[in-house]
Design a binder for this molecule. Structure first.
Ligand SMILES: *[C@@H]1O[C@H](CO)[C@@H](O)[C@H](O)[C@H]1NC(C)=O
Length: 404
């Protein structure tokens, strides 16, 4: 399958040539993206032994590229969905939200205006947000990760390129790469399909390796497989370079055995269950943590107070306990629960069951299968905001568990 990957990668340049702004004649005389095309023999990202001067042709510092996919409770029956394409540093650390001035909104419109309506249709099936907030999810992925890609800086594009062209190239590349990574089919080819059977990490890993040739990282939430990351180095630009598959440099959050690959539920997650706050400390969750809020643009903005509201001032500490189907949380005020869609912690309150999901290097609080929380507005000064579960309010946020 190495050969297939290289074949696919080498077709990237011709696919990029089909994008409208290139066929508009903007680059026909000046070369691809306003620069000479990237030398075929250049170093792969993370593989250079001397400094590479032209970062339009060499992804740096985010040279460890990961195509990440989800297996969520909702989505197509026989396909995983796209999470994103992340430019980690070669050592696995990463930058995020590198250029807020290019954190574009209206990605769907941007793509349609670039003649990519088919791409938008595809993304609405295969690059979906668990709460149906696809547009916000795409904005988040671009703003947080895409703006960190050196080879997609506007200065790497021909002068006169429409604003946002580099984001168009990003979405095209992510989808193109995703189409070469049919996780569902690869697992099915090894007899691994959604159901109640459990698998070892090694079985899942071997199934992917047999088809892809390399080892991915596998993520789980409460012992259920829900994420996969395929690792690459890159020769040339994210727009038209050659993605070179490599073994994942980390294992991911799945346990070594007892991993379940759950069928899609088709719904928006089960109804909340209440439970007590007794029970042992859960594994894989810090024994005491703060809940840091990240807005849709990927910016860390304040955290959760002991009453469960969102503030830019003080972070409360939460203690988890194992509960049936997940964890419960308690702050100094009392147990945390969800009532009428509002998250709060209060003395004598009813605890709800939460779980956690791995996202990149973060552990996110998850409720009813979703990591999305939202508020009517972002807090500032002494003003705090009520936190709702799900992404239906104006300001969508995720809550990252940070050990204290
Ligand atoms: C690789 O290239 C980058 C970008 O020029 C440079 O900062 C880095 O030091 C280089 N790595 C090595 C090992 O020379």
């Amino acid at each position: 399958m190495v050969a297939l990957q290289l074949l696919v990668a080498s077709s990237v340049a011709s696919a990029a040539l089909a994008i409208p702004f290139l066929s508009d004649g903007l680059t026909s005389s000046s070369g691809l993206f306003g620069r000479d095309s990237c030398p075929a023999g250049g170093s792969a990202s993370c593989g250079n032994t001397t400094a590479v001067p032209n970062l339009c042709c060499f992804e740096y510092p985010g040279g460890l590229l990961m195509q990440t996919q989800f297996w969520d409770p909702i989505g197509p029956d026989s396909s995983w969905t796209i999470h994103g394409l992340w430019p980690d540093h070669c050592d696995g650390t990463y930058d995020s939200s590198c250029d807020p001035s290019r954190a574009y909104t209206g990605i769907g419109t941007l793509l349609k205006n670039a003649g990519q309506s088919d791409l938008v249709n595809y993304m609405n099936t295969y690059w979906t947000d668990i709460n149906g907030k696809n547009e916000q999810f795409w904005e988040h992925e671009w703003g947080k990760h895409g703006t960190c890609m050196s080879t997609l800086k506007p200065s790497c594009l021909p002068s006169g390129s429409p604003k946002g062209t580099e984001a168009v190239l990003f979405f095209e590349t992510v989808v193109r790469l995703f189409k070469t990574l049919p996780t569902y089919n690869w697992l099915a080819a090894a007899g691994i399909t959604p159901g109640t059977k459990t698998y070892t990490y090694t079985e899942l890993q071997a199934a992917i390796k047999k088809s892809w040739g390399f080892v991915p990282a596998l993520d789980c939430s409460s012992g259920a497989l829900n994420g996969i990351s395929y690792y690459y180095n890159l020769k040339g630009s994210v727009a038209d370079g050659q993605f070179i598959p490599i073994d994942a440099s980390i294992k991911g959050s799945c346990p070594t055995s007892g991993i379940v690959y759950k069928p899609r539920t088709g719904g928006g997650g089960g109804s909340p269950t209440s439970s007590t706050t007794s029970g042992p400390a859960p594994t894989g969750v810090p024994s005491k943590f703060t809940l840091q809020a990240y807005t849709a643009s990927g910016k860390q903005t304040g955290c959760i107070l002991s009453a469960g509201t969102w503030s830019t001032q003080t972070c409360a500490q939460f203690t988890p306990k194992t509960a049936s189907g997940g964890i419960t949380l308690t702050s100094s005020k009392g147990p945390c629960g969800v009532a009428n869609g509002v998250f709060s912690c209060a003395s004598g309150g009813t605890a709800s069951t939460f779980s956690t999901s791995n996202s990149g290097n973060s552990l996110l609080l998850t409720y009813s299968g979703s990591t999305a929380f939202s508020a009517d507005s972002t807090p500032s000064g002494t003003v705090v905001s009520t936190v709702y579960t799900g992404g239906s309010k104006a300001q969508v946020l995720t809550l990252s568990l940070v050990a204290v």
